[in-house]
Write a protein of this length. Structure first.
Length: 255
């Protein structure tokens, strides 16, 4: 018989569909190898089957524990080490580029909580159709916002925000700034809006809540860095970038 079992049929279909492909169309790695996924009728690239690069919402330590057969403590540390590769240092924005700034609050007691008192402030700025930067803060004050924007955007950018008073200082520094008033149900006025950053907040909270469920203040910045990095590299193959960063870190650490 030419087709004695499902494995032979699947192999024939794979070759007919992709030929002798060497480059992965998903992660972009050149001259990769494909292997059969046990228990499933499909193949996987040896590179983009790497959990952190294949998952858009991150990988919980319990999932790493199950996949790798290690203890939870080891999986937790391994996950954090991978997350530490996801750092962004360069400023965003620039002349003629629009950025949006906003703040949100994460965690804390949900029931009987008086406003954001029991929650952790997070400041963020996003470039439209570009990258994002976010930072956990002890308070969402004008002083903190000034330091955060100074470290993360070019001051010749065009900045849009909501009616928050923590951005009132921007025009004194030559930043082109305009805002929408959410309290008056104004969400967009021509190009002025915060829709991009609101979308990022929604994605960030869904990803953290759906993957890690609860995150302590101690590690919140690490997870915020992970998802800002994922957002900023959403149109790129993540595996080669993470692999390159891991190699550089090994060199820097003398490993």
């Amino acid at each position: 018989m030419d087709f004695p079992d499902d494995d032979v049929c699947l192999d024939l279909i794979f070759k007919a569909r992709f030929g002798h492909v060497k480059d992965c169309p998903r992660c972009g790695v050149i001259d990769t190898k494909f292997f059969r996924v046990a228990g499933r009728k499909c193949y996987a690239c040896m590179h983009c089957s790497y959990l952190f690069s294949a998952s858009k919402n991150g990988v919980a330590a319990k999932e790493l524990e199950r996949h790798l057969g290690v203890t939870y403590k080891t999986a937790h540390r391994m996950g954090h080490q991978v997350c530490r590769l996801m750092f962004l240092a360069e400023k965003i924005g620039g002349r003629g580029i629009t950025v949006e700034a906003d703040e949100t609050y994460y965690g804390g007691r949900r029931r009987f909580s008086a406003g954001p008192r029991h929650k952790v402030p997070v400041l963020s700025v996003v470039e439209r159709d570009g990258e994002v930067r976010a930072q956990v803060s002890d308070t969402a004050s004008m002083r903190r916002a000034k330091t955060f924007l100074h470290e993360n955007i070019e001051f010749d950018s065009t900045l849009y925000s909501d009616e928050s008073k923590i951005y009132l200082w921007t025009k004194k520094y030559g930043i082109k700034h305009d805002s929408v008033n959410h309290a008056r149900r104004e969400y967009a006025r021509h190009r002025v809006s915060t829709n991009t950053i609101e979308g990022f907040w929604s994605q960030l909270k869904r990803s953290i809540d759906g993957t890690y469920h609860r995150v302590s203040r101690k590690y919140l910045q690490l997870y915020v860095d992970e998802f800002t990095w994922r957002y900023s590299h959403r149109s790129q193959a993540m595996y080669p970038i993470l692999l390159g960063r891991a190699a550089l870190c090994t060199i820097w650490d003398g490993g």
